[in-house]
Ligand binder design. Structure first.
Ligand code: GLN
Length: 297
């Protein structure tokens, strides 16, 4: 950009064109949100003040943000936030950006757990990341207590910040633990009433082909899983009978094309499960119930 007097609208036009040239998706939206951040204005306010002159200092700050986006850093990392089911969630580099598919999982779990209407419900969230699922469920279900587990200290710090932000620290406990370690069961307090999880499920090959925002910036360990993306489901199937009470519910996100394989992994342990598609029609969620205890007569 040259050094003439810039207005809001002029900057938006120019920076959107620049970002588009760099292959950025929804370039105009990126430009609006980044300029909004630099000026401390919402999107509507930007347009209401479209002829407002922009100072050199503001412009310099905005240029830094645009440069990061042009390098294909995720918009959410630059903004430091993302909306998840109507909640404003903090997100930082190193922590998986919550996706719209996971909002669908959150809404499904909320609806079904609300219908059960228990007095008190204990939920385990495995691989909590930003804590979006845990904080959302704690915020929406008054009688819920959530243990939110992640292996990564950066993710744990982020989920604590989100629990604080949404005044849920008394109902969300963040635990740093490795699902695959021998001591895992001793780090949490089973049996729970419900389990939610958006585990890593991308294969190493798929990871190489993901868009630069995801491949180059998001934590690989939050995305990629061994055994062709299925390792977490193997481990969950092994632990679910211990982690959940008989008749306990689980809601787990899955990757495209994994439904049959995951269904057969679960069949041995908990045959009472169904696969549900997301709004794009892709099988995306597994909802299941663990076996009830068989009465001995
Ligand atoms: N849906 C995410 C993606 O495709 C993957 C999230 C995950 O591995 N749980 O980038």
């Amino acid at each position: 950009m040259t050094n003439r007097a810039w207005t809001v609208i002029g900057i938006l036009r120019e920076s959107a064109r620049y970002l588009e040239g760099k292959g950025v998706d929804s370039a105009r939206r990126s430009a609006e949100l980044l300029l909004g951040k630099a000026l401390g204005l919402g999107r509507i306010e930007l347009y209401l003040q479209q002829d407002r002159p922009v100072t050199e200092i503001e412009l310099a700050e905005f240029r830094e943000l645009v440069k990061r986006r042009a390098h294909r850093e995720p918009l959410q990392y630059i903004l430091g936030r993302v909306e998840f089911c109507g909640l404003d969630i903090n997100v930082a580099p190193g922590v998986l950006v919550p996706r719209p598919e996971t909002e669908e999982l959150a809404l499904l779990a909320e609806k079904e757990l609300r219908e059960l209407a228990p007095d008190r419900i204990r939920i385990l969230d495995i691989g909590t990341g930003t804590g979006c699922l845990a904080v959302f469920l704690a915020a929406r279900l008054e009688n819920a207590r959530v243990d939110a587990v992640d292996i990564d200290p950066v993710a744990c710090a982020c989920s604590v910040s989100n629990a604080e932000r949404h005044r849920a620290t008394d109902r969300v406990q963040v635990i740093q633990a490795d699902l695959f370690s021998d001591g895992f069961l001793a780090m949490v307090t089973p049996p729970y009433d419900a389990l939610v999880s958006n585990p890593p499920y991308v294969t190493a090959d798929e990871h190489d082909r993901l868009m630069p925002e995801v491949r180059d910036y998001e934590a690989r360990h939050a995305l990629v899983a061994e055994r062709n993306g299925l390792a977490f489901y193997d481990r969950l199937a092994e632990l679910v009978p211990t982690l959940l009470k008989p008749g306990g519910r689980f809601f787990v996100e899955i990757g495209r094309g994994q439904d049959q394989a995951i269904s057969s992994i679960l069949n041995g342990v908990t045959p009472d499960h169904v696969i549900l598609a997301d709004t794009a029609g892709i099988p995306r969620m597994i909802r299941g119930v663990t076996r009830e205890e068989i009465p001995i007569c």
